[in-house]
Design a protein around this ligand. Structure first.
Ligand code: ADP
Length: 409
């Protein structure tokens, strides 16, 4: 069965065609700057990637180009659209409606639209992707996979904010989390690697990329996560501030004369590693500058690691212990120096990094010392595979969950 995975952004359309039986990616690509004169389409697997300048007024045009690239010319991966069995869509906000992935029908579309209030850019973009697919492939079953659904198991004490209760009732202000598909994937894979059932493990999963989040997963259920009503909360990130004293917001607005939209922009796009270092949101550039003695870059580096360390501590307390800490995404997978800082000083908690293993490169791997009571594991995330697998299971009405095997990248 071939599943087309669609991740639609406000001006982009990312896709992968995955064969579920072989777990192989047949094709992938992205249409960027959709709706602008600079639109282009990147298509193909790593070595054979081609970049095509193309006119794309909207997501409908982008989808037409994607389907053409998949089925014809030198980029062809399948003979015809008949070889696409189903489509899986990544949806950022599933709110209180969706605690799992679902088959898309008119009611689901209406709910995704209603929830756009909580994630305006993301959910509207996802709807454009859904409508474009409906237009070009009206008969294909489509499944919605939500970033938030994994966190619907959080207890009220974790998802409620201590502000007047009426605001929750009136505006649904609560924690929804984000990156759920990634946390779910690495938690399942960690259980396979540890050789123990997921429902017998206490895990802390850390997605450390440009966006960063940490989750506490107790016996297979998410019990807390660092992102909140929006993906701005929690850990310090590339350009996002994460958790700060909320009083800072009205204070800056008053002092700097900023509107709500401007202060929102400041916290989302000008803060985090970029805001502190003044150099970049990219950890590699910050690390380089810090190694050349740039004090603000050093500070940004220290703050980032401290932020992760604090969430690890919190979640150990929340779960009353931890069996394994799982790291993923650009920083988690690749930055040995950041990992060293994050785990420095945690020996009293039974968390000991093996310096040699930490330096090794590779795919999925354990980097804790043999003496460490708590395992530290690196697992490259694979959200697209999870979306394809959910789509496959729902379309086939399979109730039995197939354990995630290492998907080929
Ligand atoms: P996104 O959230 O955009 O998907 P990624 O998971 O690609 O982000 O992670 C991007 C981050 O990973 C950047 O800060 C980048 O600097 C960092 N990163 C990638 N490779 C390395 C590396 N080898 N060393 C340090 N940081 C790295």
């Amino acid at each position: 069965m071939n599943v087309l995975v669609i991740n639609a952004g406000s001006s982009s359309l990312k896709y992968q065609l995955i064969n579920l039986e072989t777990k192989k990616i047949l094709a992938k690509g992205i249409c960027e700057r959709v709706g602008t004169a600079e639109a282009f389409h990147k298509h193909g697997l790593d070595q054979n990637e081609v970049v095509i300048d193309a006119e794309m007024h909207d997501h409908d045009d982008a989808m037409a180009l994607v389907l053409e690239a998949l089925t014809s010319g030198p980029t062809k991966a399948i003979d015809s659209l008949d070889q696409i069995d189903a489509i899986g869509h990544r949806i950022v906000q599933g709110g209180w409606y969706f605690d799992s992935s679902v088959l898309i029908d008119d009611d689901v579309i209406a709910k995704i639209d209603e929830l756009a209030e909580l994630a305006p850019l993301h959910n509207k973009a996802a709807l454009m992707g859904i409508h474009a697919c409906k237009k070009h492939m009206p008969d294909k079953p489509m499944v919605a996979v939500f970033d938030t659904s994994f966190f619907q198991t959080l207890p009220p004490k974790a998802y409620m904010y201590p502000i007047p209760y009426e605001l929750y009732e009136k505006h649904h202000i609560r924690k929804y989390g984000a990156h759920g598909t990634s946390h779910r994937y690495i938690a399942e894979r960690a259980a396979v690697i540890l050789g123990e059932p997921l429902d017998e493990l206490k895990l802390i999963t850390c997605h450390l990329g440009n966006g960063c989040s940490a989750s506490a997963i107790d016996h297979g259920m998410a019990v807390d996560t660092s992102m909140g009503l929006t993906p701005l909360d929690g850990l310090m990130m590339g350009t996002r501030c994460g958790a700060i004293d909320p009083a800072i917001v009205p204070f800056i607005m008053e002092k700097e004369g900023l509107s709500p939209a401007e202060v929102n922009d400041l916290m989302n796009k000008k803060s985090g590693l970029l805001g502190i270092s003044g150099i970049s949101n990219d950890l590699r550039s910050v690390r380089e500058a810090s190694e050349h003695g740039d004090e603000r870059a050093m500070l940004a580096y220290d703050m980032y690691s401290n932020s992760v360390k604090k969430y690890i501590g919190q979640y150990i307390a929340v779960m009353g212990g931890v069996d394994a800490i799982v790291l993923t995404a650009g920083v988690g997978e690749n930055c040995e120096k950041m990992r060293r800082l994050i785990f420095a000083g945690l020996q009293p908690l039974g968390i000991i990094l093996d310096e040699a293993k930490n330096r090794q490169r590779g795919f999925e791997r354990e980097i804790s010392s043999d003496k460490s009571r708590v395992k530290i594991i690196i697992i490259p995330t694979n959200e697209e595979y999870m979306i394809a697998r959910d789509t496959y299971e729902i379309v086939h009405e399979r109730s039995q969950i197939v354990p995630v095997s290492a998907a080929s990248a």
